[in-house]
Design a protein around this ligand. Structure first.
Ligand SMILES: [Zn+2]
Length: 228
């Protein structure tokens, strides 16, 4: 029993971290957000809502500067103030904004946003448990290997989530009559933003696969649908 105590402790620690980070995220978002009320964007989200047979799609503004869209574990969708400002300044079109909203809706509909919080704390628990076990056999490098394994697993998980959310968004945008073109041009703009921004990538892109690969995947889907 004593042998397993460290692993049990690591799991308990992971669970506590999960509860705490879910609570902290929800609180932070509650304090720093308002509902988005923009007639041009609403016209588009209403079309997507109709395609999903929903009465409406609620979107919130998260009051931070970095250009980002996110889906909270509770299913709410947020666009950052920084992103909305790009739209207001005419740098991003309403259709392109709606493609980001569609992508975040994909994360919610496919259960990613909830799972991701678990991934994050699950990862910490796994990292700690692995480090304890490996550290016993391989002092010094055990912790390094544990970190690498946990990060590899996380990267794989988030990459497949992104392709799935892209495909969901493409289907929704097509059904709503908006099409995948704005989704593709949005990717290109985000990439340009990354390059011109002194190498600091927008948070939205950091956990995402390569832009060209995402565009290629979208074009494949689009041609398959237009042939049908
Ligand atoms: Zn995403």
């Amino acid at each position: 029993m004593l042998k397993f105590t460290p692993i049990l402790l690591a799991i308990l620690y992971g669970l506590a971290m999960y509860r705490f980070s879910a609570w902290r995220t929800a609180r932070e978002l509650d304090e720093k957000s308002t509902e988005l009320a923009d007639p041009r964007l609403k016209a588009l989200t209403d079309r997507m809502a109709a395609a999903l047979e929903l009465s409406r799609i609620r979107v919130h503004i998260y009051e931070i500067d970095p250009v980002n869209g996110l889906a909270a574990p509770d299913g709410r969708i947020f666009i950052t103030r920084g992103f909305y400002n790009k739209f207001r300044a005419g740098e991003v079109t309403a259709e392109e904004m709606s493609s980001v909203i569609a992508h975040e809706l994909g994360h919610v509909a496919l259960g990613h946003s909830r799972r991701r919080m678990i991934d994050f704390s699950g990862q910490n628990a796994l990292r700690t448990a692995l480090a304890m076990v490996l550290g016993r056999f391989l002092p010094g490098i055990g912790i390094w290997i544990a970190n690498m394994l946990a990060s590899l697993l996380a990267a794989r998980l988030s990459r497949s989530d992104e392709y799935e959310a892209d495909a969901y968004a493409a289907a929704l945008l097509t059904k709503a009559g908006i099409g995948v073109e704005p989704q593709i041009s949005m990717f290109r703009k985000l990439e340009a933003l990354t390059r011109s921004g002194g190498g600091r990538a927008p948070a939205w892109l950091l956990s995402h696969p390569k832009t060209e690969d995402r565009i290629a995947a979208l074009k494949t889907l689009d041609s398959r649908w237009s042939d049908a």
